[in-house]
Design a protein around this ligand. Structure first.
Ligand code: NAD
Ligand code: ZN
Length: 362
C-alpha cells in the first residue's frame, strides 16, 4: 500500500510502498477513507517536536474495518470507524479514574519508536506515528484507538472529529468546563480553534471572541458562533480583549502553539479566569507569566486531545452535526489526493486553510 513517509525534518513527505503486519489479537486493520492534515503533523515535520524517523505521519482519520484480530469483539469487518490517538487500556489508574487521555499503559499506548506494525522493503525501521499513521491507505491499530460510528455519517466529516474537532470542542467542554454565559476567547482559528468556537456556542458561552490574523477565518468564526472578532494587526490583543469584556475574560484558549500567544491568553483573564493551552508550544520552550496574577486566582492548564472520552464524545459530536449544531462542512477547505499532501501542508503553513483532507478513493 501507499503511505506518505517523513524521512527527514524540513523535507517533503515521500509517497512510498509500505506494508502492515496481520492484526494481532487486539488489533484492527482499517481501510483508510479520509485523513485530515493537522498542524501537529506540521510541527513534527518542522522538527519543533522530536519523533523517530522515518515515520508515516497522520493522526486524524476515518475508515472502514477490513480485518480484526482474534480477541476483538468491539468491531467487525465493514464497520465505519473514527480513529483517535488517545488509545486507552481501560485499567491503569488514569483510565479508571476517568482520564483515559493520560493512559500510562505503554503496551497499549505505545511510546514513539516502539511499534513494529509498519514495514517496507528497506532494512531501516519504519515508525508508526501516535499509534495510528493515517497518511496511508491502511492502518493497523489497537481496538481501543477506534470508535464505531453510524454509517450515514460522511467519512470526510467524521475524520475531522478524530483530532481537530474533539480537541477544540473538548478543550471547552471537558477541560475548561465552560458554563453557560461565561466569556470565552479563542486565539488561533484554524481547524482546532474553530471547533473550540463551535464548542463554546454549544456550551452556551456568553461572549465568544475569535482572534486570528486571517480575516477569512474571522468571518467563518462568526458563522460558527463568535460574537466578536479581534485581529492582532489592529493593536495589542490583550487590550482589545479587555476593552470588549470590561476588564478580562473567564476563559481563554490558546490554539496556536506559540509563547507570545500563550502569554496573551493568561494576561487577558479576569480575576478567577482560566487559560487553557491547546497549541503545541515548541518542545523545550518556556513561557513567562506575571506572578501577581495568581493572587487573583487566575489559572493556566494544558489540554490533551480535549480531555476526551472519545467512545462517548465522538458519537455525540456526530449527533450534534446531524442536528445542525456542529458545522463540519465549513471546516473543509480542500480535498486532496495522497500525492498532493505536500501542497496541503504548504497551504496550512501559509495560514490559508481551515482543514485539508486526503481522500483515499480519489
Ligand atoms: P492551524 O494552522 O489550522 O491554525 C492556526 C491558526 O492561527 C490559523 O488560522 C492562523 O491564521 C492563526 N494565526 C497565526 N498567527 C496568529 C496570531 N499571531 N494570533 C492569532 N492567530 C494567529 O492549526 P490547527 O491544526 O488548528 O492546530 C492549532 C494548534 O493546536 C497547533 O499547535 C496544534 O499542534 C495544536 N493541537 C493540539 C492538540 C492537543 O491535544 N493539545 C491536538 C491537536 C492540535
Ligand atoms: Zn491533530
Amino acid at each position: 500500500m501507499k503511505a506518505a513517509v517523513l524521512h527527514e525534518v524540513n523535507k517533503p513527505l515521500v509517497i512510498e510502498d509500505v506494508s502492515l503486519q496481520k492484526p494481532g489479537p487486539r488489533e484492527v486493520l482499517i481501510r483508510t477513507a479520509v485523513a485530515g492534515l493537522c498542524h501537529s503533523d506540521l510541527h513534527f515535520m518542522e522538527g519543533l517536536y522530536p519523533h523517530p524517523l522515518p515515520a508515516v505521519l497522520g493522526h486524524e482519520s476515518a475508515g472502514v474495518v477490513e480485518q480484526v484480530g482474534s480477541d476483538v469483539t468491539y468491531v467487525k469487518p465493514g464497520d465505519h470507524v473514527v480513529t483517535c490517538l488517545s488509545v486507552f487500556c481501560g485499567t491503569c489508574d488514569n483510565c479508571t479514574t476517568g482520564r483515559p487521555v493520560l493512559c500510562t499503559d505503554t503496551s497499549v499506548k505505545m511510546l514513539p519508536g516502539a511499534s513494529n506494525r509498519l514495514s517496507w522493503a528497506r532494512s531501516e525501521k519504519l515508525n508508526q506515528f501516535l499509534n495510528l499513521s493515517s497518511f496511508a491507505e491502511q492502518m493497523l491499530v489497537h481496538e481501543n484507538a477506534i470508535v464505531k460510528i453510524r454509517k450515514d455519517m460522511p467519512l470526510e466529516l467524521a475524520a475531522l472529529i478524530g483530532c481537530g474537532v474533539v480537541t477544540g470542542y473538548g478543550a471547552v467542554v471537558n477541560t475548561a468546563k465552560v458554563a453557560p454565559g461565561e466569556s470565552v476567547v479563542v486565539i488561533g482559528c484554524g481547524g482546532v480553534g474553530m471547533a473550540a468556537i463551535n464548542g463554546a456556542q454549544i456550551a452556551g458561552a456568553g461572549r465568544i471572541i475569535a482572534v486570528d490574523t486571517n480575516p477569512a477565518k474571522l468571518q467563518l468564526a462568526t458563522k460558527l458562533g463568535a460574537t466578536d472578532i479581534v485581529d492582532p494587526r489592529n493593536g495589542d490583543v490583550v487590550q482589545q480583549v479587555r476593552d470588549l469584556t470590561n476588564g478580562g475574560v473567564h476563559h481563554s484558549f490558546e490554539v496556536l502553539g506559540r509563547k507570545e500567544t500563550a502569554e496573551q491568553a493568561f494576561a487577558m483573564l479576569a480575576p478567577g479566569g482560566t487559560a487553557t493551552i491547546v497549541g503545541m508550544i515548541p518542545f523545550g520552550q518556556k513561557i513567562e507569566l506575571h506572578g501577581f496574577d495568581f493572587l487573583r486566582e487566575r489559572k493556566i492548564q494544558g489540554s490533551s486531545m480535549g480531555s476526551n472520552h472519545f467512545r462517548v464524545d465522538m458519537p455525540r459530536l456526530i449527533e450534534f452535526y446531524m442536528r445542525g449544531k456542529l458545522h463540519l462542512e465549513d471546516w473543509i477547505s480542500a480535498k486532496l489526493k495522497l500525492s498532493e499532501i505536500n501542497e496541503g501542508f504548504a497551504a496550512m503553513k501559509a495560514g490559508k486553510t481551515v482543514r485539508s483532507v486526503i481522500m483515499f478513493d480519489a
